[in-house]
Design a protein around this ligand. Structure first.
Ligand code: NZQ
Ligand code: ZN
Length: 386
């Protein structure tokens, strides 16, 4: 097992009606900027619940953060925050709203000219950020308990992740009731995103972390059991609660303690969202099996362990690893997420060329758990998913 530091100060408020518990957690003197998306929170009653909990506070609102939040939109929120002198940010919505809020919290304190520069690492990130918290309405990203965000820039068709310890939410509310209004496509996207987050931290190479392995396997088994139930009986509270808890547990830094990580499917997937607008999870359902098939030899021990412990497959390591990939593709497809580009009428060779050229132009070093993924390998992986 590798050395690690672990510190996660986000307070979680989990369960029915917990939005009402936020009142004492926000400083009394705060001027709260409530940030949300395209309007789902008005339809499912979340906006009303938040407004009630914020009675007595000075509150301003910004609605209109889009899925795959845009840098351009975030910058207009920064302007408003500065004009209104808001002191506390409350994200209410899915991962996009929270990621936007995290970026805004840093950008509002940035002293340089263009905050995009700290995302592309041309300049250092700010050393302070506005305090923030979240009401999370979509189990997928784990953003509610981590220090990451992903922002897209429309003008350049780029999508990049960022990280700062300064933007961990002070608290996050996860009320599974709020997720019952999700359309089936978003429920399915969430299940697959959480599944792939687990795999990016698990399906690497053995590293003597039996506890972390079994924690990851517990999440994978739960998703395979509860995912189809959420699609069939979307109003089942416990099923929704289990998905929410898997989502948070998977990406709060816990299961990766001391373990190698991959994240290649995410890195390639972000380029596909930026270029073609494919939903985040739907890029992953195409690319993850491609990364696995390309690196079958390097990953076969963990894939076979997953195949035998989680899927109950029998056979030798090579057979079980391969069958585990096939069963995973079937799982994604059963939730309605395609695993091939042909479902989107996208020419895989064109996509392969465009993405690998982008990585070459950025001089991107080899990535994946062993740093073996070069632009040429990226081209092969994408092309193999036609
Ligand atoms: O905008 P509104 O009207 O709120 O509608 C949203 C949006 O259209 C809707 N929605 C959210 N909660 C709902 C709901 N509709 C009905 N009922 C509810 N309870 O769902 C749509 C998608 O929302 P979005 O926030 O975009 O989805 P998600 O949570 O999957 O976030 C995706 C973004 O997160 C990034 C992705 O790259 C993408 O930009 N990620 C962030 C990560 C992180 N911060 O650690 C890790 C992930 O790997 C991921 O990259
Ligand atoms: Zn993801």
């Amino acid at each position: 097992m590798n050395n690690f530091h672990y510190h996660n100060p986000t307070r979680l408020l989990f369960g029915k009606g917990e939005i009402a518990s936020i009142t004492p957690l926000i400083p009394k003197s705060a001027k709260v900027m409530m940030i949300y998306g395209g309007g789902s929170i008005f339809k499912n009653g979340v906006h009303d619940q938040v407004k009630k909990a914020l009675e007595g506070f000075e509150v301003i609102e910004f609605g209109g953060i889009e899925p795959n939040p845009k840098y351009e939109t975030c910058m207009s929120v920064v302007k408003k925050i500065k004009a209104e002198k808001a002191t506390f940010l409350l994200a209410v919505g899915g991962g996009s709203v929270l990621d936007a809020t995290k970026f805004i919290a840093l950008a509002a304190k940035y002293k340089g000219e263009d905050p995009w520069d700290f995302i592309t690492q041309k300049s250092p990130a700010p050393d302070e950020a506005l305090p923030l918290a979240s009401i999370m309405t979509l189990p997928a990203t784990g953003s509610e308990m981590n220090a990451s965000f992903v922002i897209s820039r429309e003008s350049t068709q780029e999508k990049f992740g960022g990280y700062s310890e300064l933007i961990r939410p002070l608290f996050s509310v996860i009320d599974p009731m709020t997720t019952m209004s999700l359309p089936p496509t978003q429920t399915a996207n969430g299940i697959v995103d959480v599944f792939v987050h687990t795999m990016e931290q698990y399906a690497t190479c053995p590293n003597n972390g039996p506890l972390q392995d079994r924690q990851a396997e517990a999440i994978l088994s739960t998703l395979i059991e509860e995912g189809p139930k959420a699609m069939a009986t979307p109003n089942d509270y416990d099923v929704r609660a289990n998905l929410c808890w898997c989502s948070t547990q998977t990406l709060n830094g816990y299961i990766s303690c001391g373990m190698p990580q991959d994240w290649a499917s995410h890195e390639i997937g972000h380029e596909l969202t930026a270029l073609y607008g494919i939903d985040h999870a739907r890029t992953l359902s195409i690319i993850l099996p491609g990364v696995w098939r390309t690196f079958l030899n390097e990953k076969k021990e963990k894939l076979a362990q997953y195949g035998s412990r989680v899927l109950g497959l029998k056979g030798n390591v090579d057979e079980v690893a391969l069958e585990a990939i096939e069963k995973t593709e079937e799982f994604f497809e059963s939730l309605g997420l395609p695993t091939r580009f042909k479902a989107y009428d996208i020419n895989a060779s064109d996509a392969a060329r465009l993405v690998s050229e982008r990585f070459t132009a950025r001089n991107k070093p080899g990535f994946g758990e062993k740093g073996l993924i070069t632009p040429e390998i990226v081209r092969q992986i994408i092309e193999s998913r036609a």
